[in-house]
Design a protein around this ligand. Structure first.
Ligand SMILES: [Zn+2]
Length: 239
C-alpha cells in the first residue's frame, strides 16, 4: 500500500457512516480524488478543522484497491477559506467555485493550470477584487481548458467573426449569422485580456458592466449546454 502526499483543495465534505466523512479533493498531482476520512466527525479529530470547502490542505492518502475510494490518512491546513467566507457579502462564489471544479475536473487527471487558477481566484477575492471579475476570469479558463469555449475570432467559414449565434453558441461572420446580434463592444479585447493577463490586471466590471453581464450569461449558457443542465449553485443565487 502506497501512501501518497499532495496538496489539494477541499471541494465537498459529506457525512459518512457514524463518525466519518467522504471528501472530494482537487489534488495538484492527480486532479479530482474522492476519499473517506475515517473518524473525521469525531469531536477531537484533527481532520475536522482542515476539511472545509475551499480550504487548501496537504493530504496523505492511500488506495487499497483499484477503483475503490481512497482513504484519507492526514490533512493539514495550508490556507483556510474562512476569512473569505467572512469577507464576502454574497456567498455565491463559495458554492459555485467548488461545484464547478468538481463538475469539470476529471478524476485522476492532474490539471495544474486549473489548480493555479483556483488559487489565483481565491487570492483575488481575498484582495477585494470584484466577484464578477473573478467569476468571468474563472469561467473563461475553466471552459477553455475543458475545450468548451468556441473559437471567437473566426467564423467556421474562415472570415473574421463579428456576431454571436446564441442558438448554436458559436461566433459567426455577418453572412452566416442571419438575425443574430453582433458582438457587444469590446468583447474581443476583453477576451484577449483574459487570455494574456493575470486576474488582477484584466479590465474590471465597472469599466464595462454590460459586457461583463453578456459574457457571464454566455459562459453560463456554454456550461449548461455542455452539462445538459445548469450547475446547482445557480439556483441558490447569482451575482
Ligand atoms: Zn462565416
Amino acid at each position: 500500500m502506497v501512501v501518497k502526499s499532495d496538496s489539494a483543495f477541499v471541494l465537498s465534505v459529506h457525512p459518512y457512516r457514524e463518525t466519518s466523512a467522504t471528501v472530494a479533493l482537487f489534488t495538484l498531482g492527480e486532479g479530482l480524488k474522492r476519499a473517506v476520512a475515517k473518524g473525521a466527525r469525531r469531536p477531537k479529530s484533527k481532520l475536522t478543522a482542515a476539511l472545509s470547502p475551499l480550504n487548501e490542505v496537504t493530504v496523505q492518502f492511500y488506495e487499497s484497491e483499484r477503483g475503490s475510494m481512497a482513504t484519507l490518512a492526514e490533512a493539514d491546513l495550508l490556507r483556510s477559506a474562512l476569512p473569505l467566507a467572512i469577507k464576502l457579502p454574497d456567498p455565491f462564489l463559495l458554492h459555485y467555485l467548488p461545484e464547478a471544479v468538481l463538475t469539470f475536473v476529471q478524476e485522476g487527471e492532474s490539471s495544474p493550470v486549473l489548480y493555479r487558477l483556483l488559487r489565483a481566484c481565491l487570492d483575488g477575492l481575498e484582495r477585494g477584487l470584484p466577484p464578477l471579475q473573478v467569476k468571468a476570469y474563472f469561467d473563461f479558463w475553466l471552459l477553455r481548458s475543458n475545450g468548451t469555449l468556441p473559437p471567437w475570432r473566426r467564423c467556421s467559414c474562415g472570415a473574421p467573426a463579428t456576431h454571436w449565434d446564441p442558438r448554436a453558441l458559436k461566433a459567426r461572420c455577418a453572412r452566416h449569422a442571419p438575425g443574430a446580434p453582433p458582438f457587444p463592444d469590446g468583447l474581443l479585447d476583453l477576451l484577449a485580456a483574459f487570455r494574456s493577463r493575470p486576474l488582477g490586471e484584466v479590465p474590471p466590471p465597472d469599466a464595462a458592466p454590460d459586457l461583463y453581464r453578456w459574457l457571464l450569461g454566455t459562459f453560463c449558457d456554454l456550461q449548461t449546454h455542455f452539462l445538459g443542465k445548469p450547475l446547482k449553485s445557480y439556483a441558490l443565487n447569482r451575482p
